[in-house]
Design a protein around this ligand. Structure first.
Ligand code: TRP
Ligand code: SF4
Length: 347
C-alpha cells in the first residue's frame, strides 16, 4: 500500500481482546473485508484502548494483539489492499490525544453513554480512572489523525464518532492550518449486525462462554452445534418446532442457502426432521465459511513472525500519515517543532 489515492479514507479499530468469534466476523470484520476493495482502508488494533480497562494485568496484551491480527488475516484482510497496524506503534496517537484533551470539556465525556454504562456494569475493575474517562478522546485522536472520512462501527460506537465530530469542530474553531481547517468531520457507517446467538441462545460473546471462534477446527464447531439450545417447545422428536424461535434457526438465516432454509422451515414445523439433522446442516454452513479461514491462518500460525512483520510494515505507513497530520496540528496550534525567530525589527 504505497499509492495515495482519491478514494475515501476508512478507519476502524478493534480492541485487542484476543481471539475473535463469529459474532465479530458477521458484525464487523466481514464488512471490513468488503471495504478494502473500495476504500483507502486503515484498520488497527487498539491495544491502548484495551489498557483502559485491563491495566492491572498486562501479561496478555501482546499475545492478544497477535491473536486479533491472525484472525484478521484469516478472515481475508489483505496487507496488499489495506493498512493494518497497532495503535501503540504509532505514538503520535498519544500526542494528539493529549492535545485534544486540552479542548475537550469534561461534561462531554461524562455524558457519553458507554462511559456511564460500563462504569455501572463492570464492578470487578476500578474504572474511576483518568484514562477510562478519556477513552473517547483517544478514539477521536485515532480517527482524526488519519483524517478519516468514514468510520465503520457498531451501534455502541456511534456516540464516540459523534463526539469525534464535536471535538474536530471545536479544534477547527480554535485553530486553523495553512490550508484552512485541519480536521474533516468523519461519518460513522453503521455496520448492520444480524442477530447472532451463541450456543446458549444468548448474544454470542466471549465472556458468556457461548462463542464459536473463527479459529475453532471443524470437529469443535460440530461439537458446539450439537450442544446448542433449540426451540424450547420442541421437546420430543415428534413435536413440531419453529425456526423463528430457535437459535439454530437464527444461524441458518445468516449462513445457510435459501434451499436449506426451505428444508429447515418445512421439516421443523412439520416435525419431519430432527434437531440433530438440522444442526448438522447449520454446522455444514458454518464450516463452509470457517474452513477457508483455517487455510489462510495456517501460513501465519506456523510463522507468527510473518504476521508481526505485516503489522510493522503497516505501522510504519501509519506513522507517516499520522506524522504529516501532527505537523499540521502543531503548526495550527503554534507549537511547531521548528524554531522560528521572534518577529519584529532586528537590531
Ligand atoms: N472503541 C472501539 C470498540 O470498542 C475500538 C476503537 C478504538 C475504534 N479506536 C477506534 C473504532 C477508532 C473505530 C475508530 O470497538
Ligand atoms: Fe431448531 Fe432446527 Fe430443531 Fe427446528 S429442527 S427446533 S430449527 S434445531
Amino acid at each position: 500500500m504505497t499509492t495515495p489515492s482519491n478514494k475515501k479514507r476508512v478507519l476502524s479499530g478493534m480492541r485487542s481482546t484476543g481471539k475473535l468469534h463469529l459474532g465479530n466476523y458477521v458484525g464487523a470484520l466481514e464488512n471490513w473485508v468488503r471495504m478494502q476493495n473500495q476504500y483507502d482502508c486503515f484498520f488497527f488494533i487498539a491495544d491502548w484502548h484495551a489498557l483502559t480497562t485491563d491495566y492491572a494485568d498486562t501479561s496478555r496484551v501482546k499475545e492478544n494483539s497477535v491473536d486479533v491480527l491472525l484472525d484478521w488475516l484469516a478472515a481475508g484482510l489483505d496487507p496488499e489492499r489495506c493498512v493494518m497496524f497497532i495503535q501503540s506503534h504509532v505514538p503520535a496517537h498519544a500526542e494528539l490525544h493529549l492535545l485534544l484533551s486540552m479542548i475537550t470539556p469534561l461534561g462531554w465525556l461524562e455524558r457519553v453513554p458507554t462511559y456511564k454504562e460500563q462504569k455501572e456494569n463492570i464492578k470487578e475493575k476500578d474504572l474511576g480512572t483518568y484514562g477510562f474517562l478519556g477513552y473517547p478522546v483517544l478514539q477521536s485522536a485515532d480517527i482524526l489523525i488519519y483524517k478519516a472520512d468514514v468510520v465503520p462501527v457498531g451501534e455502541d460506537q456511534v456516540a464516540h464518532v459523534e463526539l469525534t465530530r464535536e471535538i474536530a469542530r471545536r479544534f477547527n474553531g480554535f485553530y486553523s492550518g495553512k490550508r484552512g481547517e485541519v480536521f474533516p468531520e468523519p461519518q460513522s457507517l453503521l455496520t448492520p449486525t444480524p442477530k447472532l446467538p451463541g450456543t446458549d441462545g444468548r448474544k454470542m460473546s466471549k465472556s458468556y462462554g457461548n462463542a464459536i471462534m473463527l479459529s475453532d477446527p471443524e470437529p469443535v464447531v460440530r461439537q458446539k452445534l450439537k450442544t446448542m439450545v433449540t426451540d424450547p417447545a420442541r421437546i420430543r422428536r415428534t413435536d413440531p418446532g419453529n425456526p423463528d424461535l430457535c437459535p439454530v434457526g437464527d444461524l441458518h438465516k445468516i449462513f445457510s442457502s435459501g434451499e436449506t432454509m426451505a428444508k429447515v422451515n418445512e421439516g421443523c414445523r412439520s416435525a419431519g426432521i430432527g434437531c440433530i439433522e438440522c444442526k448438522g446442516w447449520a454446522a455444514d454452513a458454518l464450516v463452509q465459511v470457517l474452513n477457508p479461514m483455517q487455510e489462510r491462518r495456517q501460513k501465519y500460525a506456523d510463522n507468527p513472525r510473518l504476521a508481526w512483520d505485516i503489522l510493522e510494515a503497516g505501522s510504519s505507513r501509519a506513522r507517516d500519515v499520522a506524522g504529516a497530520t501532527m505537523n499540521e496540528v502543531r503548526d495550527a496550534m503554534s507549537i511547531s517543532l521548528d524554531y522560528e525567530p521572534p518577529k519584529g525589527p532586528t537590531k
